[in-house]
Design a protein around this ligand. Structure first.
Ligand code: TRP
Ligand code: ZN
Length: 481
């Protein structure tokens, strides 16, 4: 009976539907979600995306949001998602929230689809075979949604004073393109954005071309960006508006593309001037930079409530300070290249990027990492006691819920775990560990268990039992610093 129940519910969740006569191949639904403990609907089963080709046309005036708007939709787009089936598929899901789907094909043939919440379920005209590559093309339009995170912050598509901004952590990419919206499925990207002439469109990777067409009433400029190293969906970005663009190269020839809202230019100049120096310091400490260009996007304060480590080109809401620039650039190694396998492993991003800030301060006449650690342990780090206490609210490795993945146990206490490791193994071995970690999982995904196993392998004979038990997985404030 028990066996029967299990088998039955399994076939129901997998939605075993088609069973082709030839060869007895059972094609099933790929299913919604990849089993993320914090975002169960994020991502989809049954396939791996290898490439996204996104072509977006943006029209600024979308103030008319009625059902029969007489203004153009703010976004008219085509997404071609190239993926490999990991199982025979009769249907599969894409994550896509809002917007209107106008037509959809799989390998050039019309496919039917249904929508429910963030799930766009696609039924190709014929089942897809395991191991085969297939291309899904979605034509869509409308005004993309702004999504509110479980923690209350806004992501997805954010209209700004002079354009719009796409930010995707943790689930915002599904507001502006259909895809496998989970950090475990990374892919390369071509993002092409057409905007009214006079506006700029900045994205990830390298700018391949910038073409202005039309001399009449509505000339446009098309910006084509190419991301050639794998990227998680949450790191994809588009920033449309007026920007001062600065293109330079670092001393070792890496292209730097910096876009700054003119209103933020004066306030940003000094800190952005340190970008090449920060890149060099991070390469020295973390190992070779994993991507083929760097830079930054600085918008007006208020356009978003937070900075984000968008790949190649971190985003800042207003002129950044040095610590924040160090933090977001450190994420290029820890987060963007070595990406968490699930949202539970978030401290692998934020603990590392926070520890990078401590190391920068230590190397640049600020507090030592030990002093920062001690202030946090003593509860004298933040301005108010509630913030100092919040550091101990939950273990870094297991945030309480999706609403808490960006709380201080993930950031500060995560950094404290790294400092504990450093004290246990000494500086030389510690830098070997953080560089080796970045090298071992370069352009991949990793879990907390991968990390603890890696540290143990790199420091034979050292005992990490207490660090893992009390600092990484333990509830409450550890008894000893
Ligand atoms: N990752 C960002 C940082 O650099 C912060 C952030 C923005 C964030 N949006 C988020 C963290 C959503 C978790 C979830 O610190
Ligand atoms: Zn961060």
């Amino acid at each position: 009976m028990r066996t029967l129940t299990v088998a039955l519910s399994l076939s129901l969740t997998l939605g075993l539907t088609a069973c082709s006569g030839s060869g007895g191949v059972h094609a099933a639904s790929g299913g919604a979600g990849v089993g993320d403990p914090y975002f169960p609907k994020s991502g989809n089963g049954g396939y791996d995306v290898t490439h996204y080709d996104l072509t977006l046309a943006y029209a600024p005036d979308a103030s008319d949001t009625s059902d029969t708007p007489d203004t153009a939709p703010s976004l008219t787009a085509t997404a071609t998602v190239t993926a490999r089936a990991t199982t025979p598929l009769s249907t599969f899901d894409l994550d896509f929230q809002g917007m209107k789907v106008n037509s959809l094909t799989v390998d050039g043939k019309k496919a039917s689809w249904t929508r429910s919440g963030q799930e766009l379920k696609v039924r190709p005209s014929a089942a897809l075979r395991k191991g085969g590559t297939f291309r899904t093309t979605v034509h869509y339009s409308g005004t993309p949604e702004t999504i509110t995170d479980p923690d209350g912050s806004d992501e997805g598509w954010l209209p700004t004073a002079d354009g719009a901004l796409a930010l995707g952590e943790p689930t915002g990419s599904m507001a502006w393109f259909p895809g496998n919206d989970h950090p475990s499925d990374k892919a390369t990207y071509d993002i092409t954005i057409t905007v009214p002439k006079g506006l700029q469109a900045v994205s990830n990777g390298e700018l391949r071309s910038e073409t202005t067409t039309g001399t009449g009433a509505a000339p446009t400029t098309t910006y084509s960006w190419h991301t050639r190293q794998p990227m998680a969906t949450y790191l994809a970005t588009v920033a449309i508006g007026h920007y001062d663009i600065t293109r330079t190269t670092t001393r070792n020839g890496l292209p730097v593309y910096v876009a700054v809202d003119p209103q933020e230019a004066a306030a940003s100049r000094k800190v952005l001037g340190k970008l090449p120096e920060i890149m060099e310091w991070e390469e020295y400490n973390f190992g070779p930079y994993p991507f083929s260009s760097t830079g930054a996007i600085v918008d007006r304060g208020g356009d978003a409530g937070y900075a984000l480590e968008t790949q190649n080109r971190p985003f800042f809401p207003g002129a950044p300070d040095t610590a924040t620039l160090v933090h977001e650039l450190a994420h290029q190694w820890y987060g963007d290249s070595v990406t968490p396998k699930t949202w539970r492993d978030m401290w692998l991003n934020e603990g590392f990027a926070t520890y990078a800030e401590w190391l920068w301060a230590e190397d640049h006449d600020g507090d030592t990492a030990q002093q920062t650690f001690d202030a946090l342990y003593k509860g004298t780090y933040f301005d108010d006691k509630a913030d100092d206490d919040a550091v101990w609210a939950f273990p870094p490795a297991t945030p309480t819920s999706a609403a808490h993945i960006s709380d201080s146990p993930v950031y500060e206490r995560g950094a404290m775990v790294l400092h504990k490791i450093r004290r246990t193994v000494g500086d030389a071995r510690f830098y070997d560990i953080i560089q080796g970690w970045a090298a071992t999982h370069r352009h991949g995904n990793a879990t907390t268990a991968d990390f603890t196993a890696y540290v143990e392998k790199m420091a034979p004979g050292k005992d990490f039992t207490e660090i893992w038990k009390d600092w990484l997985y333990g509830h409450g404030k550890p008894a000893r610093p």
